[in-house]
Design a protein around this ligand. Structure first.
Ligand code: HEM
Length: 420
C-alpha cells in the first residue's frame, strides 16, 4: 500500500467513523480473552489480601449490569469506596439517634429507595453501647442462631469487613482503630480487640459486632440471576430470624413474611434493581412498624423466638396500655461490593416508646392518618387489630392537644423520612 493511499484513508472521515468502532470491539475482545479473571482468582487478590491487580473491569451502567450472564461478576479493582469524612463532634455519649419518622399521611407500598451519601453508610450514635451489649448478650444466649455464612459468601464477608475497617475509623476515629498490617481492629471505648489472624475468626460476626446494624450478604445465582441470603449477622431483627431466612431468595424472603402486595408492586422492580445495582450507587430506604413491647432484639409479644410455628401477629398478645406500644423504624442500606460482586444489606433499627414519639409536633396526626389509610392486607401484616383500640384514641387525643395549642399544618415540614 502506498503512503499516499494510507494518507487518503486516514484523512477520510467516513473511513475513520467506520474503523473506530471495529478497533474498539477488537480491543475489548482481546482484553477479555487475554485476562479472563475468574471470580475466585480475583478474590485471592482482594484488597484484604496483599497487593492489587492492575487490570480493571469497571462496570458502571445499569444496562451493562443487566446484560451480564447470571451470577457472573468481574471484580472491579478501579472502584474504591470513597473514604468518608470524619463525623466531627461525634460522641458515644452525646450524639443522639437520627429521628427517622418514616410515615406519611397516606401509606403506599413501594420500594422507596433513595441514593445514599457514602458518608452515611453506617450510622452510629449514643445507643451504640446499648446495642453492642445487647448483641453480645443475645449471642451468648443464642449463638449461631444469629449468624450464618455459606462458603459462597465467605469472600464477600471478608470484603465487607475490609470495607468497614476502612470506613469506621475514618468516620468515627474516636471509636475505632485499624492496624492494616497486623490485621487488628480495635474498639477504643470498650478496648475490644478483633484479631483477624486468629484461628476460626468469623468475619461476618465481627461486622455485626462493630456496628449497630444487622447485616446480610445477598449473592446472585448462576442459574437464574436471583439473589439469595447466603450470609449475615442479625442479632436485633425484632420480627424475623436469620436461621429461617438463610438461603432464601428475595422473593421467598418477602412472600414468606407475607409482605403485602409483594408480587404485584415490588417483586419485579426489586429483582431488576438487585441485578442492576452498580458499585458506585448505594441506596437506602426506611420503613416503620409498631411493636407491642419494649424488646429491641426480639419482639416477645409476637411469641417465643424458638417456636417456629407459633409466632407473629396471629398469636400476638394485644396491647393493653399505650406504654406497651413502641415505634420501630428501620433504616436499610444496599450496596454492591466491587470485588466479590455480592450485595450488602444493612438494617439499622431505631426504637422509641410511642408516648415519647407523640410529644413531637405533627407526629400524632400524621401517624394516625397514615395508619388509618392502611389497606386491609397492610393492617394484617402490621398487626393493626392488636393495637388499634389503644393506639388510635391515643393518637387522636395527642393530635387534638397539639391542634388546640395552635399547631399550624401549613408549616408541617415535608422532609420524609425525618422528623420535624
Ligand atoms: C430494594 C430492596 C428491598 C426492598 C424494596 C424491600 C421491601 C420490603 C418491604 C416493603 C417490606 C414490608 C415492610 C416494609 O415496609 O419494609 C419488607 C419486609 C421484609 N424484607 Fe425486604 N426489601 C428489600 C430488601 C430486602 C433484603 C435484602 C432482605 C434480606 C434479608 C429483606 C428482608 C425482608 C424481611 C425479612 C421482611 C419482613 C419483616 C417482617 O415483617 O417480619 N428485604 N421488605
Amino acid at each position: 500500500m502506498s503512503q499516499s493511499f494510507i494518507n487518503a484513508l486516514i484523512n477520510n472521515p467516513v473511513f475513520i467513523m467506520a474503523i473506530v468502532p471495529i478497533l474498539l470491539a477488537v480491543g475489548y475482545y482481546l482484553r477479555k480473552s487475554c485476562c479472563p479473571l475468574t471470580k475466585s482468582a480475583a478474590l485471592q487478590i482482594s484488597s484484604m489480601a496483599k497487593g492489587k491487580n492492575e487490570k480493571s473491569a469497571t462496570i458502571t451502567s445499569a444496562q451493562k449490569m443487566a446484560e451480564r450472564p447470571f451470577g457472573h461478576w468481574e471484580p472491579d479493582y478501579d472502584f474504591k469506596t470513597p473514604t468518608p469524612n470524619e463525623y466531627k463532634g461525634w460522641s458515644l455519649t452525646d450524639t443522639k439517634p437520627i429521628a427517622y419518622r418514616a410515615f406519611r399521611h397516606k401509606y403506599t407500598v413501594n420500594m422507596g429507595i433513595r441514593p445514599m451519601d457514602w458518608d452515611n453508610w453506617i450510622e452510629l450514635d449514643n445507643n451504640w453501647l446499648k446495642y453492642h451489649n445487647l448483641k453480645k448478650e443475645r449471642l451468648a444466649e443464642r449463638g449461631d442462631k444469629l449468624y450464618a455464612i455459606d462458603p459462597c459468601a465467605m469472600d464477600a464477608a471478608w470484603e465487607v469487613l475490609d470495607e468497614l475497617c476502612r470506613y469506621l475509623p475514618a468516620r468515627y476515629p474516636t471509636m475505632f482503630e485499624f492496624d492494616k498490617d497486623k490485621r487488628i481492629m480495635k474498639i477504643l471505648p470498650t478496648k475490644e480487640v478483633f484479631d483477624f489472624n486468629e484461628e476460626g475468626f468469623n468475619p461476618i460476626l465481627t461486622c455485626g459486632l462493630l456496628i449497630q446494624d444487622d447485616i446480610v450478604i445477598m449473592v446472585e445465582s448462576k442459574k437464574d440471576g436471583s439473589y439469595s441470603l447466603q450470609g449475615g449477622c442479625a442479632c436485633l431483627p425484632g420480627f424475623w430470624k436469620l436461621t429461617e431466612k438463610y438461603k432464601m431468595t428475595l422473593d421467598q424472603l418477602h412472600t414468606e413474611a407475607g409482605v403485602p402486595k409483594y408480587k404485584s408492586h415490588l417483586a419485579t422492580g426489586m429483582n431488576k434493581f438487585f441485578r442492576r445495582l452498580t458499585v458506585d450507587k448505594p441506596v437506602f430506604r426506611n420503613n416503620y412498624f409498631l411493636q407491642l413491647d419494649g424488646y429491641l432484639g426480639w419482639s416477645k409479644s409476637l411469641g417465643d423466638e424458638d417456636d417456629d410455628k407459633w409466632f407473629g401477629w396471629k398469636v400476638a398478645t394485644p396491647a393493653t396500655d399505650i406504654s406497651d406500644i413502641h415505634f420501630r423504624s428501620e433504616r436499610q442500606s444496599l450496596r454492591r461490593l466491587p470485588i466479590s460482586g455480592a450485595v450488602i444489606f444493612t438494617v439499622r433499627s431505631y426504637f422509641i416508646p410511642m408516648t415519647e414519639l407523640c410529644e413531637e409536633p405533627y407526629v400524632p396526626r400524621r401517624l394516625l392518618n397514615g395508619i388509618t389509610s392502611w389497606t386491609e392486607d397492610v393492617g394484617e401484616y402490621k398487626g393493626f387489630h392488636k393495637f388499634k383500640d389503644i393506639l388510635l384514641p391515643y393518637l387522636e387525643e395527642k393530635a387534638k392537644e397539639q391542634e388546640e395549642q395552635g399547631l399550624d399544618y401549613s408549616k408541617e415540614p415535608q422532609n420524609f423520612p425525618y422528623g420535624a
